[in-house]
Design a protein around this ligand. Structure first.
Ligand code: PMP
Length: 434
């Protein structure tokens, strides 16, 4: 029987549907599943793509960087020249505007907030001496961003995401009117979790913000800049540093990126691009923090990828592995849920996630139900500051890690749980006369 909208079903129809769905759910429970769709990790075969990096710098290799430094020894605070060149091509910035850090861009974001707290931004009052610091958080967003700002006791303000990026009317108004707002989290390309990319207008409006706080910075986390799923159908963004400069706001943005999901998560290289004024400010602190980051890893990356063209080709190999997973999840959603009006989902062209919206008040129960049948999802609420999704409707789907067949089973089960919880919600609504 082809179903129409669940909302249109009678109480009797909903009850008989619930019975059927419960029976199917029990069958899944009997399968003793143990599947994990909770984090955006590359799969094993994606990791294998970069194993050649181990040979790229073996014991026979020349250990000198192009500018004559022995990478095995101390020194070179901002990164070796060829790593700066590669990462600046990746980030679409001038090498002069880049610093290479260690293995994690999240770490650099954390340090940037920490430095602003202890020493202030470019001569402004350190945040620790101010009564209140606030931050704008486009929602749904990345849980680890929100965790950093929560850890520092920063008050987080939700800003709704649209398909074109954060609602800029709200962003403009808030930053212009409140000096205690010091930053905003942005994942401008293939956002986590919706896979949306900011429109030209959004980027232009960001570059033209007029914050009340002189030390307001946009945290532009371009984690998925190279992570397209398709060869020909890709999102392009206006480059934010250049746009800020054009708009007369050169110091407004810190841009972050890393090779975590290009080479190895946790063993990649991270970088930041920003204005020369900001770089000077940041390097003042960095010189006390370290003598230099891991240059061996920097050189290893450059020897392996050679240049940006090598990296682009490498990313297409990643895409060939994960594209079928995204397409499979979307087709299972389509087959099971289309027309029922109990859920909607995004169809990203890149990044690592699909975002799913249940009926209001269902997300937590869906995630619990999946867990009880052996499928682990990102906790409901995780995509919002303080873990609180006001609508309890957003679920982040991370399709990359499990093998395709496991993912298919997990997605089928997910759809079943969405149906079951939606039916129960609708039944409750109808029988209580609400
Ligand atoms: N930013 C975003 C938006 C991410 O999704 C991730 C990884 N899931 C990171 C940063 C983490 O980056 P890194 O490994 O460079 O710390």
């Amino acid at each position: 029987m082809r179903m129409g909208r669940y909302e249109d079903l009678s109480v009797e129809e909903l009850e008989s549907l619930r019975k059927e769905l419960k029976q199917s759910y029990r069958e899944y429970q009997n399968m003793d599943l143990n599947l994990d769709m909770s984090r955006g990790k590359p799969s094993l075969d994606q990791l294998d793509l970069s194993n050649g990096m181990m040979d790229a710098l073996n014991s026979e290799a020349d250990m000198y960087s192009s500018d004559g430094f022995d990478v095995r020894n101390y020194g070179v605070l901002g990164g070796i020249a060829e790593a700066k060149e590669l990462l600046s091509d990746m980030m679409e910035n001038n090498p002069d505007n880049i610093i290479i850090f260690g293995n994690s861009s999240l770490n650099v974001m954390y340090d940037s907030i920490s430095r602003s707290y202890s020493h202030g931004v470019m001569g402004n009052t350190p945040w620790c001496k101010l009564d209140k610091i606030k931050w704008l958080c486009p929602v749904p967003g990345y849980d680890r961003h929100f965790a950093i700002t929560e850890y520092f006791g920063i008050e987080m303000i939700n800003v709704p995401m649209t398909e074109k990026g954060p609602d800029m009317d709200i962003v403009e108004e808030l930053v212009a009117s409140d000096e205690s707002i010091k930053g905003i989290w942005c994942v401008p390309k293939y956002s986590n979790p919706q896979g949306y990319s900011y429109s030209d207008e959004t980027v232009r409006r960001f570059a033209r913000l007029k914050p009340a706080a002189k030390d307001f910075r946009i945290y532009w986390d371009n984690a998925y800049g190279m992570h397209h799923l398709y060869d020909h159908d890709q999102d392009y963004l206006i480059e934010i540093l250049a746009e800020c400069k054009r708009a007369g706001n050169p110091d407004l943005v810190y841009k972050f990126a890393s090779t975590s999901k290009i080479s190895f998560p946790g063993s990649g290289i991270a970088s930041m691009a920003t204005s020369l004024n900001n770089l000077e400010d940041i390097k003042k602190q960095m010189q006390y923090q370290t003598i230099g980051h891991d240059k061996v890893n920097q050189l290893r990356h450059v020897r392996f990828f050679e240049d940006i063209h090598g990296m682009v080709k490498h990313m297409m190999k990643h895409a060939d592995i994960i594209r079928p997973k995204f397409e499979m999840v979307e087709s299972v959603f389509e087959k099971n849920l289309n027309g029922l009006d109990i859920g909607s989902w995004t169809n990203p062209k890149g990044g690592y996630f699909i975002s799913f919206e249940t009926l209001p008040g269902c997300a937590k129960e869906v995630v619990d139900k999946c867990k009880k049948a052996g499928v682990k999802l990102t906790s409901a609420g995780a995509t919002f500051p303080y873990g609180k999704d006001p609508e309890d409707s957003n679920i982040r789907i991370a399709p990359t890690y499990p093998p395709l067949e496991d993912l298919r089973i997990a997605t089928e089960l997910f759809c079943l749980c969405v149906k079951l919880i939606s039916v129960e919600k609708l039944l409750k609504k109808k029988t209580s006369g609400l």
